[in-house]
Design a protein around this ligand. Structure first.
Ligand SMILES: Nc1ncnc2c1ncn2[C@@H]1O[C@H](COP(=O)(O)OP(=O)(O)OP(=O)(O)O)[C@@H](O)[C@H]1O
Length: 455
């Protein structure tokens, strides 16, 4: 099999892995050779090869076998600039840690935001929901040749985007102090730009932003709808990419979902690696709590917190990490003030408001409204009797989400969908489950809606 044939058959994987994953991980793979049951792919970086090996190797192998190629295993080689290749197994060599001396010289004139010293890789707890974002951030922080540009991190409030960006900046500054690393929020980018316009110093602004080696812009959704800032951002972005300088961006949603952001910017933002920080799961929350509790134990000497209380908090506070941290901080401060032990009772008293807010239940009406808005259909149609496919499918999506995201029974859901029978709801839920397994667009829609509803 040649690379050309691979190019023709690989599209069959879109349904298995979803379009986004296909574009990011499958399309860039070049089949270098297929011999003795081993398919050898060329990949841009060792990180890339590792990720594909871990997550997509089985899909690719099965697909090759069903397409008639006798493949037993996959191997990945990193394509080097001169055409030579090195095996993915080879550990990437970390850039030597240079002394911190050159740092001030490199960044003296940069108008960035200060970095939070606590936001490092060491203090970032890794779990399934943020595994890829963390790995990608680590890769960028190693420095070396730019492999994906930009790195686009997105996710709901308080899930660690800023933490990861600061961690990259800390690490780069330590490894390569001569690099000009600029971190700022999109809001600060806009104010600096407006200030430059007002002071007639736009050329200075442009040359300053084009002189950095690494640009990090946090919360980029802020510039949506702000036309001249978007324009300037677009030119800065292009100038840096042309110079092969690393850009790291964060936002509260994927580039394609940011309203009022110009299409050309969306498409630029999608060119690199787009990574989602998923809402936390129980294990990750517990891990974060354990790490922070360790820190507080040192601060409030003599004060301890039992595993049971930590588990209780991880179960009950599911909104985001910022709230979780806030709860623990309050608990330690309160216990130390009143001189009491941290018990479950104390936690329930002291955190009553946070626990109540976390208990807020999503309603079926909220789900229906969000789904109607997403598919651009009327709420009354979504609940009503119309059988048109353009309405019936969103209706089934809403039924599916109502079952997944609330504790309501099928008859209860049926009542809220215009008095439908529970078997109709069950049919709708099953239909969406089946379709989502093969229809990547639908799977993406479900993921987005869940995030919006739970965020
Ligand atoms: N995986 C993690 N391990 C340790 N701390 C974390 C983790 N995720 C988030 N945090 C902590 O949660 C708090 C909120 O994180 P951060 O500010 O990075 O969120 P964000 O995604 O940028 O949110 P926003 O969109 O509101 O800016 C920070 O104190 C951060 O250190």
């Amino acid at each position: 099999m040649t690379n050309e044939t691979w190019g023709q058959i690989r599209e069959g994987l879109i349904n298995r892995v979803g379009r986004n994953n296909y574009t990011t991980w499958i399309e860039p793979l070049k089949l270098s050779q297929l011999r003795n049951g081993v398919a050898l792919f060329e990949v841009p970086t060792s990180f890339f090869g590792d990720w594909v090996q871990r997550n997509y190797a089985d899909h690719i192998r099965n697909h090759l076998v069903t397409s008639g190629a006798p493949v037993e295993r996959l191997e990945f080689l990193v394509g080097a600039e001169n055409g030579a290749v090195r095996s993915v197994a080879a550990k990437p060599t970390a850039a030597p840690r240079a002394p911190v001396r050159a740092r001030a010289a490199a960044e003296d004139d940069l108008p960035g935001a200060p970095l939070d010293a606590r936001f490092t890789f060491d203090s970032f707890v890794v779990g399934k929901p943020n595994e890829l974002a963390h790995a990608a951030a680590r890769r960028v922080a190693e420095g070396g040749p730019v492999t994906f540009n930009p790195l686009f991190l997105y996710g709901g409030v308080g899930l660690g985007k800023t933490h990861l960006m600061h961690a990259i900046a800390h690490e780069l500054r330590e490894r390569q102090p001569e690099l000009r690393v600029l971190y700022l929020s999109a809001e600060q980018f806009m104010y600096r730009f407006i200030q430059a316009l007002r002071d007639k110093q736009v050329m200075d602004f442009k040359s300053l932003f084009r002189s950095v080696d690494v640009l990090m812009v946090d919360d980029v959704q802020f510039i949506a709808g702000k036309d001249s800032t978007q324009e300037e951002f677009f030119h800065t972005f292009n100038a840096l990419v042309d110079q092969n300088k690393q850009i790291i961006i964060s936002a509260d949603r994927a580039p394609g979902e940011i309203r009022d952001l110009e299409d050309r910017i969306k498409s630029r933002l999608q060119c690199g690696l787009v990574v989602d920080l998923h809402p936390t799961d129980y294990e990750l929350r517990l891990g974060i709590l354990q790490q922070k509790a360790e820190f507080y134990r040192g601060q409030y000497r003599g004060l301890t917190i039992s595993q049971g209380v930590l588990e209780f908090l991880a179960h009950r506070i599911t909104t985001n990490v910022r709230v979780l941290e806030g709860a623990l901080t309050r608990l330690f401060a309160f216990a130390s003030l009143v001189g009491r032990e941290i018990t479950l009772d104390l936690a329930q008293d002291c955190l009553a408001d946070i626990l109540r807010a976390s208990d807020r239940k999503l309603t079926i009406e909220e789900i229906q409204r969000k789904v109607a808005e997403h598919y651009n259909v009327r709420l009354s149609d979504l609940i009503g009797p119309k059988r048109l496919r353009t309405i019936a499918r969103p209706r089934q999506v809403a039924m599916y989400l109502a079952k997944q995201l609330t504790a309501r029974s099928l008859p209860e859901i049926g009542r809220r969908f215009g008095g439908r029978d529970h078997t109709t709801i069950m049919h709708g839920v099953r239909k969406i489950e089946e379709l989502a397994a093969t229809d990547s667009q639908l799977a993406d829609d479900l993921q987005l809606l869940k995030r919006l509803l739970q965020g």
